[in-house]
Ligand binder design. Structure first.
Ligand code: ZN
Length: 377
């Protein structure tokens, strides 16, 4: 096929001209374009099998899908924001008519600079967002047909997109200033092969946290703090350096509205929260749950998180733990409600994470701390 520059493309997405250029994909492109132009939020695949049929080996469909999600109103030049463009179908890039800049759908996303074809990326994204306990790089390598090292890197980049921001980020605060159903706050210790810890430390940890610490986690020791808004059914989880009062309360002040009802355990680090919040303390020594005063929601999240770490990911360094917390929080926050109406489908979860890929980068050097080493793919 000769290099062909597409001119005069007015539709939002890839044009009919692309279909002419790539007659073998004609049917699929037409269907995808039609669905997306209908304004339906449910375009694209809705199961793993459909995703394989939809994207497998088809860079045009994968590019179009990403473009549709990131530019719902049509491709837009990242330099001058013009929507006037022509499409170079052979290279799957757009050329801005205002400033002349060429841009791809991958530009400025976690996919930028990756030689892994976009259709393989799509399948990897599908798998990690929709597998309840995560998916290992070995599974991705086998199913998507990339090397295990590439798969490992791909998964970390996708986790970067699943995270809403660095750390707890600048998101709207949780809770209700008039109390509301409340926010459960808790921290958990991950890893460090608990049974190898010094005895005093072990006793202190177990007593202070009032929780059973897994003895066999093969993970560098780290602490994760979590907050669960019962009304929004939203969890935020972040690796913290220690469980000191200042650390815990600064995080709460930053993320929970004044006046909110806050549930914690009896750890001294939470003392004094009642100045700005309605603070209820859970007594873990009591065997019954005292009405609404409990932290079972966030504890449920911890058990999912640890199940994922134990079952799917063999060895997690503390350095990477935040991304695993982001991964589990994303799935937890996008699991849908109990009612049929607010259930979130696999396809919706997939499109949601694709909408978050923009503006996030993660280089191999950042990931490994090995500056100067070339990326594996
Ligand atoms: Zn431009």
């Amino acid at each position: 096929m000769t290099h062909k520059k597409m001119q005069g493309i007015s539709p939002k997405l890839l044009s009919g001209a692309v279909v002419e250029a790539e007659s073998s994909t004609k049917g699929q492109v037409n269907t995808a374009v039609k669905e997306s132009r209908n304004g339906s939020a449910d375009f694209g695949p809705n199961s793993l099998q459909e995703a394989i049929q939809y994207f497998g080996g088809n860079l045009y469909i994968a590019t179009e899908f990403l473009a549709t999600v990131r530019w719902p109103n049509g491709p837009q030049c990242p330099a001058c924001e013009s929507r006037q463009h022509s499409y170079i179908s052979t290279r799957r890039i757009w050329k801005c008519r205002e400033c002349g800049r060429q841009y791809s759908a991958k530009l400025g996303t976690i996919f930028e600079d990756s030689p892994i074809p976009l259709d393989k990326w799509m399948l990897a994204v599908w798998m990690i967002v929709n597998c309840k306990n995560g998916v290992s790089s070995y599974e991705i390598a086998k199913d998507v047909k990339v090397t295990q090292k590439s798969a490992w890197f791909m998964l970390h980049r996708i986790r970067e997109a699943m995270g809403t921001a660095k750390g707890f980020g600048a998101k709207p605060k949780l809770g209700h200033s008039d109390g509301g159903s409340g926010v459960e706050v808790d921290e958990t210790f991950v890893g460090g092969r608990f049974r190898n810890m010094h005895k005093d430390k072990k006793v202190e940890l177990q007593r202070s946290r009032g929780e059973q610490i897994e003895p066999d986690l093969h993970i560098g020791k780290a602490i994760v703090m979590g907050m669960l808004d019962r009304d929004l059914r939203e969890v935020r989880a972040h690796v913290i350096p220690n469980v000191q009062r200042e650390t815990l309360q600064n995080a709460i002040l930053k993320h929970v509205k004044y006046g909110s009802r806050v549930f914690t355990d009896e750890w001294a680090g939470y003392n004094g929260l009642n100045y700005r919040f309605v603070h209820d303390v859970v007594n873990h020594m009591e065997t019954y749950v005292n009405g609404i005063v409990h932290t079972q929601g966030i504890e449920n999240f911890w058990s999912l998180f640890k199940r994922m770490l134990r079952g799917t990911y063999v060895s997690v360094e503390p350095f990477h733990l935040q991304r695993y917390a982001d991964e589990q929080a994303f799935r937890f926050n996008n699991r849908g409600g109990k009612n049929k109406d607010d259930r979130i489908t696999d396809g919706q979860r997939f499109r949601k994470v694709l909408a978050q890929v923009v503006g996030k980068r993660l280089t191999y050097a950042e990931l490994t701390g090995k500056v100067g080493e070339t990326t594996p793919f």
